[in-house]
Design a protein around this ligand. Structure first.
Ligand code: GAR
Length: 205
């Protein structure tokens, strides 16, 4: 499945996806990586893996629509069949979502619907929850509101800072995202309205 990835920063989830593909655990091909930021580690990681990159800096466009139009054209050029957001820190507009006729997946560092948007780990700490986690979901026109594929809980510890909690969640993300994408692309995710059911996990068949 021809896959594009959008990433704004460090790209550790992108790296986890690349490694899962290299280990034969994830049957997709990353054909292009895009970013809204110049000079990020995500771009460097892609180049190191031999994946073509493109940058879409928002300040080079008259408005968000124009930037998203460019991203849509880039995906068409690359005959993309699946889009994965991996730390892409911009909300995709409704026009963009409406024009994409293939699935878009995202990973978010909280147990949605709790703490959508930016700084999810800070929101969790400030709220005082004892458990947070991460969620892989389909992207719809809302903010982190699409149907959920997989979630996993991560404890919040008494001495946690935003960084320590983010790091604990990130370790789970690196396992959860490739697994959720795999289940999705091999057809093990069945949809009932906004509820997604995982069919026959290996070992249980
Ligand atoms: C990850 O924790 C990801 O879940 C989060 O940004 C981080 C990116 O790390 N995404 C969001 O908050 C999206 N709203 P990475 O660049 O090392 O993959």
């Amino acid at each position: 499945m021809r896959t594009a990835i959008l990433a704004s920063g460090r790209g550790s989830n992108l790296q986890a996806l690349i490694e899962a593909i290299n280990l034969g655990r994830l049957p997709i091909e990353i054909v292009a990586v895009g970013s809204d930021q110049l000079g990020t580690r995500a771009l460097k990681r892609s180049e190191d893996a031999g994946i073509p990159t493109r940058v879409f800096p928002i300040n080079r466009y008259p408005d968000r629509r124009a930037q998203e139009e460019d991203i849509l054209n880039w995906m068409r050029e690359n005959q993309v069949q699946l889009l994965l957001l991996a730390g892409y820190m911009r909300v995709l507009g409704p026009d963009f979502i409406a024009q994409v006729n293939f699935p878009i997946l995202n990973i978010h560092p909280s147990l949605l619907p709790a703490f959508p948007g930016l700084h999810a780990q800070r929101q969790a700490l400030e709220y005082g929850v004892k458990v947070s986690g991460c969620t892989v979901h389909l992207v719809d026109e809302g903010l982190d509101s699409g149907p959920i594929i997989l979630q996993e809980a991560v404890p919040v510890l008494a001495g946690d800072t935003e960084e320590s909690l983010a790091q604990r969640i990130l370790e789970v993300e690196h396992r959860l995202y490739p697994e959720a994408v795999r289940l999705f692309v091999v057809g093990k995710v069945e949809r009932f309205g906004r509820r997604l059911r995982i069919l026959q996990q290996e070992g249980l068949e």
